[in-house]
Design a binder for this molecule. Structure first.
Ligand code: ATP
Ligand code: ZN
Ligand code: ZN
Length: 804
């Protein structure tokens, strides 16, 4: 008897293990690990993943697999292996890890219905049930539930008249189009052409088309080429000269765009030096992590492209991760331009169906390069030759739901399995990565110069306190206004950047730039509207919201933040002649809007591109000579120990958008704290200086990369219960962990209540805790009953990136 071990789709602690099922004889040759099946589980039928097969079972009375959902495995052995690893490393349920690797369209939805078992016994049904069925052979569970008839139906189910069926529907339908094919030989077609009467000129034209062109052809193209209607084609189909069928098409969102084929560029000296060790590891097939630290515009992408080329020539495959917001058509063009139809693209702008199509291209081995956001790291390739992570510092590589994985860790794990290089690229590497490179754990590759030695833009910092003192209450400094005017006159373009993250949560003095910080933690205090307090979310320090500034006594102390819309309005007032494109969540929520706006700007249809985070990355427009940062400070005061690092990264990236081509670039950074080191050092393009300074601070406050972090968030509808559980957890941690570890809290989370659930957190700072996973799992285990009842939630994030 063949047995399958299955992980069922019931995400709970108790069910987070494999269950054995008998494989019915008819499928004994069909079912393999990595396939999805439907199995009976308690009273229900649920979806599950086949993890492994065996020939016998220890348990006696096993149930049979109910049905199969796939005919080929959707996850290969490597991905199954990664799922176990993810489960262990992120403390998620195996089922969550498995689901995360599939495109969302394949996470099938269940639909329950109640069905008549035997149509000849309809009359035996309870009369109310008969009426509800209304001569149908099945009725949806919802309908029965809504009409409060479940108990009546249940009786008939017991009698064996009805059954409950779980329809696991795949809602993504493959998209098809009509294709027309000639069924005759050339000679026959010629004969038919002669035989047609002169009046059938359109039909003749279609036949001539088939004599001259490739067979088959898409109906849509045929109609256009021959300028005919569908009726003409139908007539020929009727005469059996042509046949028509539906073929599956991929919903390639970039399909109707032209890709200019590009050739490899002659590499600069620096690029040659950069690519050499990568090519060696490709050739000699060993794993290594490279940190490619290259200033903006230093030609990192060309190095990626030529490395991929070497991988493809070996017959292997490549994954390129790009942050979601950098996945612009420009970016995609560079890969498609070089590798054409070998490239599949994954990003969240695609509909579920489109993503599914891209995924299936990989699965069917029709492509060998994937360019995509975080989840593309799970591309089901089997012969990987390289994994590239562009902009490795981006926090979007960390998933904030279960499984809380970091794509970089998965990349390195896969790189080890495939014995291939992993390249991390950035102009502003994370401190973690740069520290590893300094210790030779990663190999550091440096690109110091922009291609063709174009200079980095000059950066001027404007002190907005000074502006205020001089009577300028506008959000534009005099210098920025003048430079914008200059660009308008010279018909050059400008980019204006407004940082929206961290909006109005911190309090700042508009006269002197003072921001209230926690005396213990070196992060800014968060303002709490309800009780008018400033609080530290790491150590629970709190203080009254000041009415005057501690530094200068000014009364201009308040929250901070401006919206893009407000900036746009003000621009219209001060520069009425300027054509402005605004890009933020509001103007880009529609599908394709993002691309459209960027294209308009690229085509010179606007003078100023105004936007949030989404315009900071990857844009490469030759005519942009001015970049203005309206408020450099907003992110600086987030309750997050990475806020300086993020500010430095962002300012460097934004500045990198100016003067990338022939024209020289200029950058204006407006700030209320211009003396802050992350602003000063960004303005001097001084990564090394920033690294040193920031490392000192991280060391002093025991943050990464000197310590690892784990964040435990407890939430419950009752505040007393939340406090009680988090207290117990903190006590338990203090007792169980080594005394080298630091346990902070419990304290209220920065977002203290979500959906009427109170939130508390504990943070663990540790260097080496061999039993940490076990201890944390033990905590979840301890509370599993309350968790299962949905009252309590415990979320554990090993390596948290969002501290809320
Ligand atoms: N060897 C080369 N010869 C000529 N031009 C090159 C070469 N390498 C790159 N370029 C061009 O230089 C420009 C900048 O390169 P690229 O965008 O790859 O830099 P990058 O390091 O990825 O920048 P960023 O980090 O700012 O995105 C591009 O227009 C690219 O086509
Ligand atoms: Zn002040
Ligand atoms: Zn504190």
């Amino acid at each position: 008897m063949k047995i399958a071990s299955i992980i069922v789709d019931v995400p709970a602690m108790q069910t987070d293990k494999t269950y054995d099922y008998i494989i019915p004889a008819k499928w004994s040759d069909v079912i393999v690990p990595g396939m999805r099946v439907v199995v009976p589980f308690g009273p229900r039928k649920v979806q599950g993943f086949v993890m492994s097969l065996s020939d016998e079972a220890e348990v006696e009375r096993l149930k049979e697999i109910h049905s199969i959902l796939d005919l080929t495995p959707v996850l290969n052995n490597e991905l199954l292996h990664i799922s176990s690893w993810l489960t262990e490393k992120t403390l998620c349920f195996t089922i969550s890890a498995l689901q995360a690797m599939l495109p969302s369209a394949m996470r099938a939805k269940y639909e329950k219905e109640i069905r008549l078992l035997d149509t000849t016994r309809q009359a035996e049904l309870d009369s109310a049930v008969q009426k509800a069925m209304n001569n149908r052979s099945s009725v949806s569970w919802e309908e029965v539930e809504k009409n409060d008839l479940l108990h009546l139906f249940q009786k008939d189910i017991k009698k064996g008249l009805l059954e409950v069926v779980y329809n696991v529907k795949n809602r993504t339908n493959k998209k098809t189009v009509k294709q027309v094919e000639s069924t005759r030989t050339t000679r026959e077609l010629e004969k038919e052409l002669q035989a047609l009467p002169a009046t059938a000129s359109k039909q003749k034209e279609v036949l001539r088309y088939f004599l001259q062109n490739n067979n088959p052809v898409l109906l849509k193209d045929l109609l256009q080429e021959t300028n005919t209607t569908e009726n003409t084609i139908k007539a020929l189909i009727k005469k059996e000269l042509l046949s028509e069928k539906l073929v599956e098409v991929y919903r390639d969102p970039f399909a109707d765009k032209e890709f200019q084929k590009t050739q490899p560029l002659a590499l600069t000296y620096e690029q040659q030096k950069a690519i050499a060790p990568i090519l060696t590891s490709i050739e000699e097939q060993y794993h290594k992590v490279f940190l490619m630290y290259g200033v903006t515009g230093s030609g990192k992408t060309e190095v990626y492209l030529q490395s991929i080329d070497a991988v493809l020539r070996q017959g292997k495959e490549a994954i390129v991760l790009v942050p979601e917001i950098s996945l612009t058509p420009q970016m995609v063009n560079r890969f498609k331009g070089r590798f054409g139809s070998e490239v599949a693209v994954f990003h969240s702008g695609l509909g579920a169906g489109e993503k599914y199509d891209e995924w299936r291209k990989i699965h069917r081995k029709e492509v060998r390069v994937v360019v995509g956001a975080r989840s593309a790291i799970f591309a089901p390739f089997e012969n990987l030759g390289i994994i590239i992570i562009d902009e490795e510092h981006e926090s979007s590589y960390k998933q904030e739901d279960n499984p809380r994985y970091h794509a970089r860790d998965v990349a390195i794990f896969r790189g080890q399995l495939h014995k291939c290089p992993v390249v991390l690229g950035s102009a502003t590497p994370t401190l973690e990565s740069f520290a590893r490179a300094s210790k030779q754990v990663y190999e550091l590759i440096t690109l110091k110069e922009r291609v063709n030695n174009r200079p980095l833009p000059t950066v001027e910092i404007i002190d907005m306190r000074e502006e205020l003192r001089n009577g300028n209450r506008s959000m534009f400094s005099t210098a920025l206004f003048e430079k914008l005017t200059e660009r308008l006159q010279r018909k050059e373009q400008s980019v204006l950047f407004l940082n929206r993250r961290g909006h109005s949560s911190f309090v700042m003095c508009r006269d002197c730039g003072y921001v209230a910080n926690c005396p213990n933690c070196d992060i800014s205090l968060t303002y709490h509207r309800t009780n008018h307090l400033l609080k530290c979310h790491y150590c629970a320090y709190e203080t009254q919201m000041p009415t005057t500034c501690h530094e200068c006594g000014s009364e201009h102390i308040r929250f901070f933040g401006t919206g893009t819309q407000k900036v746009e309005e003000e621009l219209a007032k001060i520069l009425p002649q300027a054509r402005v494109i605004r890009m933020d969540v509001d103007t880009t929520s529609r599908k394709g809007a993002h691309e459209k706006l960027l294209k308009e700007f690229g085509d010179g249809k606007a003078d100023i591109l105004l936007g949030t985070q989404m315009i900071a990355k990857g844009l490469d427009f030759p005519n942009v000579t001015l970049v203005g940062v309206l408020t450099a400070d907003t992110m600086l005061h987030l309750p997050d120990f990475r806020s300086s690092e993020k500010t430095f990264q962002l300012l460097t990236q934004v500045s990198g958008r100016a003067g990338r081509h022939e024209l020289l670039g200029e950058v204006i950074i407006q700030s209320y704290t211009p003396e802050h080191y992350s602003i000063q050092l960004a303005s001097h393009h001084d990564y090394d200086g920033f690294y040193e300074n920031e490392m000192r601070i991280r060391k002093a406050h025991s943050y990464p990369p000197f310590y690892y972090l784990a964040l435990i968030t407890v939430s419950h509808p009752e505040v007393t219960k939340t406090v009680d559980v988090s207290d117990k957890i903190a006590t338990y941690l203090r007792k169980s962990l080594t005394n080298q570890s630091i346990i902070l809290g419990p304290v209220t989370s920065p977002i203290a209540r979500i959906n009427n659930r109170y939130r508390y957190q504990c943070m663990i700072k540790y260097k080496n805790e061999p039993n940490l996973y076990m201890i944390l799992k033990g905590i979840v285990d301890r509370y599993q009953k309350e968790i299962a009842q949905n009252s309590l939630t415990l979320s554990i994030d090993l390596n948290p990136h969002i501290m809320m």
